[in-house]
Design a protein around this ligand. Structure first.
Ligand code: ATP
Ligand code: MG
Length: 373
């Protein structure tokens, strides 16, 4: 009988809290795949999973890997039959058996099982035992029943979505912020998105990005906040200084608005796609200015990650192709060729006082449109 065996790694090192994490993982697996789920002896076993639902298991945070396994009775003859069947199907010339036994009542220890079942495979196929780097590794797990399998499919790892609280992610249409959101989901956080826009045509791009990300957490709430009026006021009000400080003013306002949304949503922090020194607004001096107006913790999980690694993750999670479709982010409107890279907080605050922007911010937030994607 085919079963799917789900393995987790980080949940396994949780002490007294482990049950809480396991329970949430089971709930998420049921919601994502419709599978029947059994939790026994630290193992999660799925029954009746439709073939088309199996790939979804690759996108469930908390699962480190999963395997399609044969479930057999706890007897040596049925184990021998199962391992021989797996070995015969494989063209590999070398193999090893890797047994583990959580049910200590079973009469053979793991090393004994490795030896005995290794003998069975050798007799049936003449494949050679190779402990380091075998072409075929046959796993045998002894629990209430026995499970035999040879392949592991990788998943997200980390902790189940919904175990760590909520965050509001400032989502642009670029490569970085979707990856940042994914990183926080894989730490167990549920993400609410906010996007600031001044052109409608690009909202479809954002919807597409969110729909990719929702594969990891289920439906997501997105706030689309109109930024045009706020931005025009900033542009008009900084004619004297030129474009130099505009990017920082935009970004500070985005932070403030996102914080308001976070409070409304009972979220415990903000997420951005910032990475130190990647672009002019992300020098340490400027990040000090951009993050300054907000009290909530600002989490930037990519802060020390290189662009190439961010791109690789974007490709893996399926957001890259959408991210590189050309668009104009409102952050880059009329910001001057050389935005300030060593901004002085004093100057920026002085401009803000002069602009009296609070009323416009309130208005923009009132006009925000909320979608579930
Ligand atoms: P990204 O690839 O995420 O766009 P970036 O390298 O282009 O990042 P910036 O454009 O300076 O850098 O943006 C830095 C961060 O500010 C983004 O990662 C995102 O969190 C936030 N941000 C920028 N523009 C917007 C926007 N229009 N709406 C929401 N958040 C935004
Ligand atoms: Mg960007």
């Amino acid at each position: 009988m085919k079963r799917i065996l789900v393995h987790y790694s980080e949940i396994g090192i949780k002490g007294g809290n482990r049950r809480f994490f396991e329970k949430k993982l089971v709930e998420n697996i049921k919601n994502f795949t419709g599978a029947k789920v059994e939790r026994k002896r630290g193992r999660i076993i799925l029954k009746d999973v439709k073939a088309k639902e199996i790939p979804k298991l690759r996108k469930i945070a908390g699962i480190s890997s999963f395997s399609i396994a044969e479930e057999v009775a706890l007897t040596m003859p049925s184990l021998a039959k199962a391992v021989a069947a797996v070995a015969k199907k494989s063209p590999a010339k070398t193999f090893r058996i890797t047994a583990s036994r959580s049910n200590k009542q079973f009469k053979h220890t793991s090393p004994e099982l490795n030896r005995l079942l290794g003998g069975v495979v050798w007799k049936a196929t003449k494949k050679k035992v190779e402990l380091h780097n075998p072409e075929l590794e046959i796993f045998v797990e002894i629990a209430d029943k026995a499970y035999v399998y040879s392949e592991k499919q990788q998943s997200v790892g980390g902790l189940p979505v919904g175990t760590a609280g909520r965050l509001v992610c400032l989502l642009s249409g670029g490569i970085d912020s979707p990856v940042a959101a994914y990183r926080m989901m894989s730490r167990g956080c549920r993400i609410i998105f906010v996007h600031f826009h001044n052109y409608d045509p690009f909202m479809d791009k954002i919807r597409k990005l969110v729909s990719h990300l929702s594969e990891y957490q289920g439906k997501s709430k997105v706030y689309f906040v109109p930024f045009k009026e706020v931005q025009q006021k900033i542009i008009k009000g900084t004619m004297k200084e030129g474009g130099e400080y505009r990017m920082l003013l935009y970004r500070r306002l985005m932070m403030k608005m996102a914080e308001q949304i976070a409070k409304r949503e009972h979220a415990l922090g903000l997420v951005t796609g910032d990475s130190v020194a990647q672009v002019a607004s992300q020098t340490l001096q400027n990040l000090n200015v951009v993050y300054e107006p907000v009290k909530l913790p600002i989490l930037s999980p990519l802060i020390g990650t290189h662009k190439q690694d961010i791109i690789r993750t974007a490709e893996e999670i399926g957001t890259y192709k959408t991210s590189i479709v050309p668009y104009t982010d409102c952050c880059s409107v009329l910001v001057g060729k050389h935005p300030a890279t060593r901004a002085e907080l004093k100057v920026v605050k002085k401009i803000e006082r002069r602009l009296k922007i609070d009323a416009l911010v309130k208005k923009a937030l009132k006009k925000a449109e909320i979608e579930k994607i």
